[in-house]
Every structure is written in C-alpha cells, then in structure tokens.
Design a protein around this ligand. Structure first.
Ligand SMILES: [Fe+2]
Ligand SMILES: [Fe+2]
Length: 265
C-alpha cells in the first residue's frame, strides 16, 4: 500500500449499496495521483445472497477491513457468510481472507487456488478449489466461475450470475472518477460525465500493465465473443464503479487497452 501514487483512502462512499436483487456492492476508493490531478479509484467487493448460501466476491485491501466488516455484518444481518471467491491472489482481491475467516469460521474459499497455500497455508482448511465453468449453487441462483478473458495472473477468474446477467470482472473494465464528493457510490451512468478511454489508463497501466506492450486485439475479440455467449446487463469491476451500460463501456475498455499500447510506442 506504499505505492507513491496512492495518497489515501476515502471511506465515505455511500457503500454498501444494493445494485440488484440480493446483490450488494461493497468497497471504497483510493485517492490516487495521476500527474498533477487527484482521482478516485475503487477497491470493490460484491456480495451475492441466495436462498441458502451467500458468497463474497473479492475482499478489498486489508486497510478496508473495518468498513467491510461493518458493512457485511449489517447486510448479512443474521445470515452467515458461506463462501469467499477471490478472483485472483492480489491484495485488493484476497487481502482480507484472514480476518474474514476469523469472523466467519465456517466460510469456504473458492476459486483457482493453485498457489494460495503459499500465501496463507494456515487457511488451507477453508480451501475448496473450483474449476472454470463450475457453478456454485446459492439456492435459487448460482455463481458460475469463468475464465478471465482479460487478466493479469494465470489463475484470475471472473464470476457470472447467468440469471441476473451480472459479471464480476476483477481488473477488467476499470475506470477512475473525479475527486468530488458523492461520486464514489455512483454507477457508470450516474456519474456526471460519461466514462472516457483515458479514464481507464490509471488502472490499465498498473493492473493490466502488459497492455502497454502487447496488442490486445485478439483478447478484445475474445471478450466480445464471450459477451455474446454470456450476456451481461450489469458489470462489477474491482477497480471501477458498477457498470449499467455494458455495451458502451466495452467500447471504452477496448479503446483504453488500445490507447495504452499507443502510449507505450
Ligand atoms: Fe486488481
Ligand atoms: Fe490484479
């Protein structure tokens, strides 16, 4: 958390927020410096509540634990947290596994856990590895684990609710927003200005750094094919606000990836 571009944390986001039936957006914003400007970048987690089981997708960074702990207790009320699905093993996505397991002793950690025993061997009793296309039954709804088409680590996965058409995309579809009051809990269509390709650059240059050196066109084509097979109405990025206009933001993300390559030339 000592990256020089991270200035501080803004916890006054208006989150957690209900974004669809039994589906909650948790998180807060990092205040980041981009040249002379101060911007906000999200650090999100999502909670899906089924009739029988609950799953938290990503965990936010360790410094977000007080807000996550309080928010989860409030939203879950008397329910347990049954599963945690960290999309990949990096701090914003799995950094609170330890306190979550302490808070919810029966919780299972799911996903592609091929190297988690190296990071957190003491949590191995919570591990329940799952494979791509396997599905977690929550009771009346399910979470399907998908190969992360655009990703930074070999074991990055996405989470898909096919009934709600809700897709959690980890580091994909990122965007920053202005350092203005009240914007942190707004969706892509609620923010005062439309998201631009340049708004993706802070996160793409850090979380998807390869895009500066590699032509992303084949992956963009793969992404578009994926979205045809797996229709999406709502996208939950880890590092951007909730996206309610997926078609427009797919164009913005594509332009952002291409722009990153152009900047590196
Ligand atoms: Fe990330
Ligand atoms: Fe990442």
């Amino acid at each position: 958390m000592s990256a020089p571009w991270i200035i501080s944390q803004n916890a006054t986001t208006g989150l957690p927020r209900l974004i669809a039936p039994d589906t909650w957006w948790f998180g807060w914003c990092l205040v980041v410096r981009d040249g002379e400007k101060y911007l906000h970048n999200h650090n999100n987690a999502y909670l899906m509540i089924g009739a029988q089981k609950t799953v938290l997708i990503d965990t936010v960074m360790p410094m977000g634990w007080p807000e996550l702990k309080a928010g989860l207790a409030k939203v879950l009320n008397e329910r347990k947290l049954d599963y945690i699905f960290p999309t990949h093993p990096e701090s914003p996505h799995m950094g609170n596994l330890e306190p979550l397991c302490a808070e919810y002793p029966d919780v299972k950690i799911i996903g592609d856990l091929r190297n988690y025993h190296l990071f957190m061997p003491h949590l191995s009793k919570h591990f329940q590895p799952m494979k791509v296309e396997e599905s977690l039954d929550l009771g009346g709804r399910r979470l399907v684990l998908k190969k992360a088409v655009i990703h930074d680590l070999p074991n990055s996965l996405w989470g898909y609710d096919p009934d709600l058409q809700f897709l959690c995309v980890a580091d994909s579809f990122p965007y920053t927003h202005d350092h203005e009051t009240g914007q942190c809990g707004m969706t892509s269509e609620e923010l005062p200005s439309p998201i631009r390709p340049e708004d993706t650059s802070v996160v793409i240059s850090r979380a998807l750094n390869w895009a500066r050196y590699v032509d992303a066109t084949p992956l963009i084509n793969e992404l578009r094919a994926f979205l045809k097979t797996n229709p999406v109405k709502l996208i939950g990025p880890s590092h951007g606000g909730v996206i309610t206009n997926p078609a427009e933001l797919t164009d913005v993300f594509e332009a952002g990836l291409k722009r990153a390559k152009g900047l590196a030339a």
